[in-house]
Unconditional design. Sequence first.
Lengths: 73, 140
Amino acid sequence: MSKKRFSKTSKCRFCRQGIDEVDYKDTHNLQKLTTNQGKLFSRKRSGNCAYHQHIVKASIKRARFMALLPYVA
Amino acid sequence: MRLYEGLFLIDNAYANTELDTVVKHIHDILQKNGAEILKSENWGEKKLAYKVNGHKRGTYFLIHFNAKSMAVAAIRRDLQLSDSIIRFLIVKDSKIEDVSQIGITEPEAAKDINRIPEPATEELLEEADMAINTSNDVQL
């Protein structure tokens, strides 16, 4: 059952929309990929492919450095 | 030359009273190191996600510029010495075509072709857009 739940959508959210770049300034969308505490969602939870999860990770960390997103909330 | 994008977090104590001089200071540092400023955008005052050196709020300023890769290290070093800049982040920007279309969108010299909407220069933008549209019509 649980296996099926995660394999329902075949592609990650960025692949589906054809987005190549994730901007660290786009905090509104980056926030959707973090928990309420500001922690990064796992690859399994976010459903991102390796390529996009890698970019998301980097951009969230950039946003954190510039105090656009919290390290811990 | 390569396209870079710098986001600067300016101390509100300076930003509220003398933002122009702080921005000029940043521009001077960039230009002194041979950078060509393409676009500078004021995000305004924002609440920070966490306290940075005791500051709860700050003013963000986004600047796109062309610079030699060797010059960026010197720019970083110069910026670190500044009291008014709390934090800054300089990253490579890949969307060079988009930004070269935008041109200079400084509030004073915003009569060039502007694509990105900015509240302060909205009227000028409309004029510029109209100019583009009409010129396109003539060509067609």
